[in-house]
Design a protein around this ligand. Structure first.
Ligand SMILES: C[C@H](O)[C@@H](O)[C@@H](O)C(=O)CO
Ligand SMILES: [Mn+2]
Length: 597
């Protein structure tokens, strides 16, 4: 089994308890030491208990050795945090302190400040003062201030403060996890899809990542020279025979592959899967391997899922589907991020979703808008209901390959509702359910002359989800689109009729956005008509607020979203760019520019 994962530390959060330094006969500082340090301890406990890295471990949180009252202690804390590898700081206080003397001045940390809303000592006044200092010094920081005044002896953290502390920390950990990791592109531009044109400046300057590129011939070389984990290959082959059942072959009889050829294809696609994984993260069990033992340290990647390779070799839909899922032949494991058609921007969208949720992601074409009338016409009068009716129709999400099997909705909560779980909660039963909901149909030989297999499932249940896409726009740079909504369940016969109109052997999901009475969210049609590219990444849950916070940390403006205003949480200084939140976002992102430039 592969025991290599990403090289590089996971980000550490450092908590900075700041305090009024005045001593003298009444010893102001002394009277506040315990309360201040207790705030830091409470925040640390909240984060440790609720935030996990993508590898399933609890986030590491350290606290300054002392409270910080003057600049010498701020400097000592900075030195301590440097030793401990802190990327994210959370400053907390119940009282007035001296803003510029105690603030985090490190230009590279991601910063939050929590000022206690208790009026005995003016923590909120410090919060406002130090956020003004952050604004004046060009060091954006998130401000956290609870709505209700807390009594001085109250130790708990109010729910609204918890929500902001957790949103800030989830997004900050996601941002800092990407730093220093690689994106691996295998192959090149697929079918003229602009997202396949890898923009190294974007990865380097906005995400702090590096771009690695490998020609597809590397996979052929490793197959032919036997440079892959043979034990792993055999284990995967047996697992496939047992759990990944073949579906119907839609190809005309006269061109269908023979049984022998189909079995050879299975061996080929499984070797390809093992090698793509080795390319991403390395592989210690490569007896014939030398430099191949080292991977590209890739936290995300893409394969040129159509044309050239697929005109000649079996496609990589099996690799893409299995690697994006929460499990494989070794059981539940952290899902990878592997985009098909080499869509680097959809891969980044999947990466954002995965890092914020620790759940597998769905890659899809934003393929077709179905209006209520069009559905009725195509299905002898079926009338939409529920979320699809509310949205004025729905969108067909379907692409070969990179759809995690978790998106089948086969995994159920206790109450019977479908869910995509954090990968460490996936049980053996969940894995079997997803595999039983999926067939592996011989590839469409029109699109994939080289054959192979495509995963096929229908998302049969309603799940809350968030559809996003990061786009690159000349003159602006990266922008983000967000549509919260639901997968929807249609009667099987209705699904069948609509699905058969297109690629009936690919994974099929129907999506209804949450609509408003405005612009791009009037109806599902408007969402599709305003979508900026052919692809989207879909994450379980309504995570648009987290995406917005993450994008503000990366200085990526959000051009379209249906997130309730109260969930929008950006650095405090964004307010200084005007009352219109969208315009302010654009202005601020432009003013501060990418984090790593
Ligand atoms: C028709 C093409 O081959 C499909 O793959 C197309 O639906 C795409 O996925 C383009 O993104
Ligand atoms: Mn596509």
């Amino acid at each position: 089994m592969n025991n290599r994962r990403l090289i590089g530390e996971y980000p550490i959060i450092g908590i900075r308890p700041v305090i009024d330094a005045r001593r003298g006969m009444l010893d102001v500082r002394g009277s506040l030491e315990e309360q201040t340090m207790n705030m830091a301890k409470a925040a640390a406990e909240l984060l440790r208990n609720n935030i996990k890295y993508v590898n399933g471990q609890a986030v590491k949180v350290v606290i300054s050795d002392t409270t910080i009252g003057r600049v010498a202690e701020a400097a000592a804390c900075e030195a301590q945090f440097k030793r401990e590898g802190v990327d994210i700081t959370l400053t907390v206080t119940p009282c007035w302190c001296y803003g510029t003397e105690t603030m985090d001045m490190n230009p590279m940390t991601i910063k939050g400040v929590w000022g206690l809303n208790a009026t005995e000592r003016p923590g909120a006044v410090y919060l406002a003062a130090v956020l003004a200092a952050h604004a004046q010094k060009g060091l954006p920081a998130f401000g956290i201030y609870g709505k209700d005044v807390q009594d001085a002896d109250e130790s708990g953290i109010p729910e609204d403060v918890k929500e902001k502390l957790l949103r800030f920390s989830r997004a900050a950990v996601a941002v800092a996890t990407m730093k220093g990791k690689s994106y691996l592109q295998i192959g090149s531009i697929s079918m003229g899809i602009a997202g396949s044109i890898i923009n190294t400046d974007f990865f380097e300057e906005y995400l702090g990542m590096r771009v690695e590129s490998v020609d597809e011939v590397e996979i052929i070389r490793r197959i032919e020279e036997g440079i892959y984990d043979k034990e792993e290959f055999q284990k995967a082959l047996e697992w496939r025979k047992k759990y990944c059942k073949e579906g119907f072959d839609k190809n005309p009889k006269e061109v269908q592959k023979s049984r022998k050829e189909k079995d050879e294809d299975w061996e080929f696609v499984i070797k390809t899967t093992c090698i793509i994984r080795d390319l991403m993260e390395g592989q210690t069990n490569l007896p014939k391997g030398q430099e191949e033992i080292l991977g590209h340290n890739a936290i995300a990647g893409g394969f040129q899922g159509q044309r050239q390779w697929t005109d000649y070799y079996p496609n990589t839909d099996f690799a893409e589907a299995i690697m994006n899922s929460s499990f494989d032949w070794n059981g539940a494991r952290e899902p990878y991020v592997l985009a098909t058609e080499n869509d680097t921007l959809n891969a980044v969208s999947m990466l954002f979703g995965k890092l914020l949720t620790n759940r597998a992601q769905l890659f899809a074409d934003v393929r077709t808008y179905w209006s209520p009338g069009a559905v009725a016409k195509a299905t002898d009068g079926y009338q939409l209901e529920g979320k699809a009716l509310e949205a004025g129709g729905f969108i067909h999400l379907i692409n070969s390959g990179s759809a995690c099997l978790d998106a089948s909705g086969a995994v159920k909560l206790e109450n019977g509702e479908s869910v995509i779980k954090e990968w460490w909660n996936i049980t053996e039963k969940d894995q079997i359910a997803c595999l039983e909901a999926t067939t592996w149909n011989p590839a469409d030989l029109g699109y994939f002359r080289g054959s192979g297999y495509s995963s096929r499932f229908l998302t049969k249940s309603q799940m809350p989800c968030t559809m996003i896409r990061l786009n690159l726009v000349k003159g602006i740079g990266p922008v983000m689109q967000i549509a919260e909504g639901w997968t929807i369940a249609l009667p099987d016969e209705v699904s069948d009729k609509l699905w058969k109109r297109t690629d009936y052997t690919w994974p099929c999901t129907w999506f209804a956005p949450r609509t408003t009475d405005k612009g791009a969210f009037k109806t599902a049609y408007d969402v599709m008509n305003n979508w900026g590219a052919n692809h989207a990444a879909i994450s379980y849950g309504h995570i648009g607020g987290d995406i917005i916070t993450l994008c503000s940390m990366l200085r990526i403006p959000v051009c379209m979203h249906n997130v309730p205003e109260e969930e929008i949480f950006r650095p405090a200084v964004w307010n200084s760019y005007g009352m219109d939140k969208e315009a302010a976002d654009y202005r601020a992102c432009k003013a501060y520019g990418p984090m790593y430039k």
